[in-house]
Design a protein around this ligand. Structure first.
Ligand SMILES: NC(=O)c1ccc[n+]([C@@H]2O[C@H](COP(=O)([O-])OP(=O)(O)OC[C@H]3O[C@@H](n4cnc5c(N)ncnc54)[C@H](OP(=O)(O)O)[C@@H]3O)[C@@H](O)[C@H]2O)c1
Length: 343
């Protein structure tokens, strides 16, 4: 029987999701992190074409400006470029401070897509002392989520309908075998375990990618709880999302790998991956979900929740405690932000 994953990828490659009608995002402000390439860039193009003011983050202002120019040249486009380097907590904090300063007077944000992500094929320790994939995909993404949720929740009082906060994760979060996670958590801590070079498995393509995406899924489940209002309804609609397999720069790190790995990865993506234009349609449709969909993991027409078994929930508590202990100890006032959100 044909592999259903392969079937689904081929179907998605040739049959794209639809898009809402022209003008659907007129008057709205949409933030897309990591918007100078891949899915982030394609999403920015969709939102701009649908009438939104789009804020794109980038690590290089020069590159950001050249992207802004390109999108605006294609026709409709109201693009703002802002700098964000998720390797550093200080950059995440100053980015959100700057957003508040510049956007508060304009009603804040209607939609946020936390898209920026890293997939390392070899071990790289980031400036905050954690393996880069864990830093970007788990720690800094959770930090941005907390800071933005706190601001958006306050802003919600002056809105008619809830704003949207989407975390781009991956279906790969279903891959890790978590049977040893409790042991690792007791011995070194999960974040530490995944950030030790000696634990980096030889021969695996990007071993921490799936771990970092599962850790962030756990964190987002907790953010979903913090997003609830006193009436039991979400003040902000939060979703996690997998765009499917998409031909982007996500495999950039493979260039340092053996020839066979390069060929395998390149062929896999060439045959099965869809275009960024098609992949990013799922971002547009995610921010149109009603509040009943709050907390759901969106993957095309399917939702998958297998990871939420008893062991998974135990790991969620452990992971969340580690993540907020790390963020709370490094980011001034974050504990107060979390306490206020929990009120
Ligand atoms: N492509 C797929 O098949 C696929 C499948 C499932 C999920 N995803 C997820 O989709 C998201 C977008 O990935 P993509 O496929 O579009 O890959 P991509 O082309 O490599 O884009 C990744 C984006 O993240 C940004 N980024 C990486 N590290 C960063 C950092 N330290 N600080 C700030 N920005 C950083 C990159 O900025 P620079 O350009 O400055 O490096 C880039 O804009 C990721 O979260 C990825 O995990 C992708």
């Amino acid at each position: 029987m044909a592999n259903p994953g392969v079937y689904r990828r081929l179907r998605d490659k040739f049959f794209p999701e639809g898009l809402p009608p022209a003008g659907s995002f007129e008057g709205q402000t949409v933030l897309v992190t990591g918007g100078t390439t891949g899915l982030g860039l394609a999403a920015a193009q969709h939102f701009a074409a649908l009438g939104a003011h789009v804020i794109i983050t980038c690590r290089s202002k020069e590159r950001g400006e050249s992207v802004r120019h390109k999108i605006e040249q294609r026709g409709k486009g109201n693009i703002t470029i802002m700098e964000l380097d998720m390797g550093y907590y200080s950059s995440c904090v100053s980015f959100v401070d700057e957003l508040k300063k510049t956007q508060s007077a304009h009603g804040g944000l209607d939609c946020v897509i936390l898209n920026a992500g890293s997939a390392r094929y070899s071990f790289v320790e980031g400036p905050e002392g954690w393996e880069e994939t864990i830093q970007v995909n788990t720690l800094s993404t959770t930090l941005l989520g907390l800071l933005l949720l706190s601001w958006m929740k306050n802003k919600q009082k002056s809105r008619k309908s809830p704003a949207h906060l989407v975390f781009v994760t991956s279906r790969d979060h279903l891959d890790p075998d978590i049977s040893k996670w409790a042991e690792w958590a007791t011995r070194d801590g999960l974040l530490q375990h995944f950030s030790m070079k000696e634990n980096w498995p030889a021969g695996e393509m990007n071993p921490n990618y799936a771990n970092s995406k599962l850790l962030v899924m756990y964190a987002v489940n907790e953010l979903c709880r913090l997003a609830m209002g006193p009436d039991g309804k979400p003040c902000i609609i939060i979703n996690t999302l997998c765009p499917g397999l998409v031909q982007t720069n996500i495999t950039r790190d493979v260039s340092n790998q053996p020839l066979l790995t390069k060929i395998t990865v390149s062929l896999y993506f060439k045959i099965l991956a869809k275009s960024p234009n098609y992949g990013a349609r799922s971002y547009v449709n995610a921010v149109l979900k009603p509040q009943e969909e709050h907390g759901k993991f969106l993957i095309g027409a399917f939702t998958e929740e297998e990871y939420r078994n008893d062991t998974g929930m135990e790991m969620q508590t452990i992971a969340w405690n580690e993540i907020i202990r790390e963020l709370g100890s490094k980011v001034p006032d974050l504990n107060k932000v979390i306490d206020d959100l929990g009120q």
